[in-house]
Design a protein around this ligand. Structure first.
Ligand code: HEM
Length: 472
């Protein structure tokens, strides 16, 4: 497959330069610092979901917020979360088992379970708060998260046009405010509902008088860091109430949907590959037998070849973030790893761009390049990670993949995501065998900002992934 690079105009908006080229990624995402800020349209939408958070603020505030919060995401800090993730994964197993006891033949909607488990991890670590999402079917936060992107799924093209208009058409914002009282706007409604309830929890926990982290020994956890920043008098180390609450909304939105969707896709692909599933199961059992107390540590998870190969393959093959949308802050020339033919017929290995040019880096395409991953790049095959690859350009935060983005705006929680996925996948594969459901051909990737699994014809129910689950 040739590296795609094209300009296109969705709806009536500006042309977008779209590419999956790895050298272009390195230039625009990894190395450009703040010279390629996030596209304004995207920031506008994310602001509706999270407010003044690390995800939406401009360069100066971003640098300050990121510096304050980085220590909470260090490798050392993340390792301390392993027992927490393990205990949540055990509760997840218990929840699925109890559902199977009621009806052993019933297909299990695994995406919902995974989303609830991720919410518990973030809830406890960011707010020191148990949402009880694995035990309480009516958990309001779990419902709000599950439906956060439904509106975006239903209105994908229209939504993009609308966000563009919000940014570019004078008074559109005010007009839509009035219009929304008459015409329903599902995307805006779910965003507003989500933002309201995350702020309610945040206010109770982070801004209450005498707020303290209740996670003993976790002096640098996110919660302690946010509480400390809120009372700091040093301008460079301080965050006001609005910023603190906005971080809470951004961590829940950024950390739950992504991790749980990746895991759901991993289980779907493993259901198609029983041999790989079995190899993974045996590898985990062998690791447990080797360890005197049976407890697997972060280093042990990192040393399991199949576990890590499956996770890398799912991040390559089913990345949940589809596009990284940027805009050029100044005129520039973007280099390409693989030359392309211009409309003039000339082969070019660099593309000049003007200030303001919108660029969509296509993460899902970058993971399917046959020039990097071989002729079977379109096949889910974890064992490719045991072979030498042709990845000459280094990119991103993890394993030369674009899935966690890179550079100054790359995923702050990438280590967290990896550890949580390692722990949860190992726990589930040890306890269950996963098989495809009767309607598996109807399971599709649904573009709604992220790329979660949905069932054809049942999109209104939100992201779902039913699987046959057999206890071992
Ligand atoms: C498998 C799991 C995950 C994936 C695939 C993922 C993916 C991403 C991507 C692609 C971005 C960058 C978007 C861009 O450059 O425009 C991002 C940013 C971010 N992610 Fe993640 N993420 C994951 C897990 C997490 C977790 C667990 C957390 C929090 C606990 C988190 C919090 C964030 C935040 C706060 C940002 C914004 C960073 C900034 O702008 O400085 N993510 N994530």
């Amino acid at each position: 497959m040739a590296r795609p690079l094209k300009s296109k105009a969705p709806s009536a908006c500006e042309d977008i330069l779209m590419t999956g080229d790895h050298l272009a990624f390195q230039h625009v995402i990894d190395k450009a610092g703040y010279d390629y800020p996030k596209a304004r349209e995207e920031t506008k939408f994310l602001y509706q979901v999270t407010g003044n958070s690390i995800v939406t603020v401009g360069a100066h505030a971003h640098q300050r917020q990121r510096k304050i919060m980085n220590p909470a995401f260090s490798e050392r800090q993340m390792q301390r979360f392993v027992p927490l993730f393990q205990s949540i994964a055990t509760r997840l197993t218990r929840g699925i088992m109890s559902q199977l006891e009621v009806d052993p033949q019933k297909e299990i909607e695994i995406r919902g379970w995974l989303g609830r488990a991720s919410l518990e991890s973030i809830g406890y670590s960011v707010f020191g708060y148990e949402f009880n999402a694995l035990e309480d079917e009516n958990c309001e936060m779990a419902h709000a998260l599950h439906h956060l992107l439904d509106g975006a799924a239903k209105t994908s093209a229209a939504l993009r046009t609308m966000i563009w208009a919000y940014v570019n058409v004078p008074y559109f914002d005010a007009a839509m405010g009035l219009l929304s009282k008459i015409v329903p706007n599902p995307a805006a409604e779910s965003a507003a509902h989500y933002k309201r309830i995350t702020r309610e929890v945040g206010s109770k926990v982070l801004l209450s008088e005498g707020a303290v982290s209740n996670a003993e020994g976790f002096e640098k956890d996110i919660m302690s860091i946010l509480i400390k920043a809120n009372s700091s008098t040093d301008k460079e180390k301080a965050m006001d109430d609005d910023e603190v609450l906005s971080q809470g909304s951004s961590f829940i939105a950024g950390g739950t949907d992504s991790t749980s969707a990746q895991l759901a896709w991993a289980l779907f692909e493993l259901a198609k590959l029983p041999d790989v599933q079995q190899a993974l199961r045996e590898e985990i059992a062998a690791a447990r037998n080797r360890l005197p107390d049976g407890d697997i540590s972060q280093m042990d998870y990192d040393a399991l070849p199949w576990l890590n190969a499956v996770l890398k393959e799912v991040l390559r093959y089913h990345p949940t973030t589809v596009f990284l949308n940027r805009e050029a802050a100044k005129d520039d020339v973007i280099p390409l790893a693989e030359p392309i033919m211009a409309t003039t017929g000339e082969m070019i290995d660099r593309v000049p761009v003007r200030k303001g040019q919108l660029i969509s880096f296509a993460v899902h395409i970058s993971g399917r390049l046959s020039s990097v991953y071989g002729e079977d790049a379109h096949v889910f095959r974890p064992s490719r990670w045991f072979e030498k690859m042709n990845d000459k350009v280094s990119l991103g935060h993890y394993s030369n993949l674009a899935a966690f983005s890179g550079g100054v705006r790359g995923c702050i929680g990438w280590r967290w995501g990896i550890i949580e996925m390692q722990v949860t996948l190992a726990e589930l594969i040890e306890n269950f065998r996963f098989e495809l459901p009767a309607n598996w051909r109807d399971i599709k990737r649904s573009p709604c900002i992220t790329l979660p699994p949905m069932i054809r014809g049942k999109e209104a129910a939100g992201s779902q992934l039913p699987l046959k689950v057999i206890p071992l």
